[in-house]
Design a protein. Structure first.
Length: 406
């Protein structure tokens, strides 16, 4: 599901499974459900589905707390009486840290941008002209700064938008990304700490009764019966859940090391495909007299470069003059219009102006691993506006230098 739309898996088996699970199966289920329960009941179910998956709600937060408390209950009932003192202290300390970090991740401001505080975010980043361009948000009534996005679930614009996380019921942005990473880290440590504690209990049981002398299946059955099935289920669940959480944490650390967000990761892949498409079009379309290729280099300061802009204005003026002359000639020589052949009509056609991004998409926000992680824990918008402007001037000069090299 996570990689079904990627370029590598799109045309393979994973891509087919993704299409089946996200398109074919839901359509088939909809037809069956409408015939069984009726259209009105189905519409109510769709409304409930939209509320659960496309609106802010605390369902997954409650589910997460329920899972943690259930695991804690199993530990207190099955394992706590036989745990040594240092593990008992470690258990309560871990649970306290998990609840504190979960609370901070759920309640911290992700970096919501409003007309009142937009000056704090305006100079944080510059527009790269590939995935970020100046756009006006009609809902928030602001010109969205670079690396910001309007979240359709929260209905707010968020600085350095990463994604909307239903587990904490808020967006992950510039201000709470550190708390989101801490949430993943604390949950992963809790899962593995719990798994290690259960393994230690089983190890002591095996050594106490010399179960290592018995065959492995008999030893396994003895442990399940003697210590209870709840402890074995806790071990399997915490180990698998811990692996999933750690993989997700490593993925986010990889994105931070490259100074990308989850949202930008998908957008850059689309931008690269569009760049390859533009190059292919230029190869298939040789330059003709009635075709003008204009390099689209949209940034904060410029829409297209000066040379192409002058050329485009000149072409538009020529087109206007030709159209005026053509209209005057048609009014004066209505009787001669039937004698114009097809070749002369093609010569008088307006030239086709083709906008394309010739520059390959480059991540201009990459500043090095140490600075990238520092940006997460010390966001730009908390610095003084004067310092932000100075930093942007430095980054702009570096960008121009890099463009000359390219």
């Amino acid at each position: 599901m996570l990689f079904g739309q990627s370029k590598f898996h799109r045309d393979g088996m994973i891509g087919e499974i993704f299409v089946f699970l996200t398109h074919t199966l839901p359509l088939f289920g909809k037809k069956v459900a409408v015939k069984i329960i009726g259209l009105k009941t189905f519409d109510r179910m769709v409304f409930l589905q939209n509320y659960c998956f496309f609106r802010r709600n605390p369902f997954l937060q409650i589910f997460y707390l329920g899972i943690v408390l259930s695991c804690l209950g199993v530990v207190l009932y099955c394992a706590f009486p036989i745990l040594p003192l240092h593990h008992k202290i470690g258990c309560w300390t871990t649970i306290g840290i998990v609840f504190f970090v979960f609370y901070k991740a759920s309640t911290s401001d992700p970096g919501v941008i409003t007309p009142d505080n937009i000056e704090q975010f305006r100079y944080n980043y510059r527009y790269d002209g590939v995935i970020y361009r100046k756009k006006f948000c009609k809902t928030c009534k602001i010109v969205r700064p670079a690396r910001s996005k309007h979240c359709g679930i929260c209905n707010k614009c968020v600085s350095r938008f990463d994604h909307h996380c239903p587990w904490i019921n808020t967006c992950v942005g510039a201000n709470n990304l550190k708390w989101f990473l801490s949430f993943l880290l604390s949950t992963g440590l809790m899962c593995f700490y719990c798994s290690i504690g259960v393994v230690e209990i089983y190890y002591k049981t095996v050594m106490k009764f010399s179960l290592y002398k018995l065959p492995l299946p008999i030893t396994f059955q003895y442990l399940v019966v003697y210590r209870g099935p709840g402890l074995m289920g806790l071990l399997l669940f915490t180990f698998l859940a811990g692996c999933a959480v750690w993989l997700f944490l490593l993925y986010h650390c990889y994105l931070i090391a490259r100074n990308k967000t989850t949202n930008e990761g998908f957008k850059y892949s689309v931008a690269k495909e569009m760049h390859q498409y533009n190059i292919t079009v230029l190869k298939e379309k040789p330059k003709r007299k009635n075709v003008v290729y204009v390099n689209d280099l949209t940034t904060e300061q410029e829409f297209i470069n000066d040379k192409d802009l002058q050329e485009l204005k000149k072409i538009q003026n020529d087109i206007k003059i030709k159209n005026d002359n053509k209209q005057n000639n048609n009014n004066n020589n209505n009787n001669n219009n039937n004698n114009i052949n097809e070749e002369e009509q093609q010569e008088e056609e307006q030239p086709e102006i083709y906008f394309c991004n010739m520059s390959p998409p480059v991540n201009i926000y990459q500043r090095g691993i140490i600075k990238n992680f520092g940006e997460v824990f010390f966001p730009f918008y908390k610095r003084k506006i004067e310092d932000q402007k100075k930093m942007q001037n430095i980054l702009n000069n570096q960008s121009k230098h890099n463009k000359k090299k390219l």
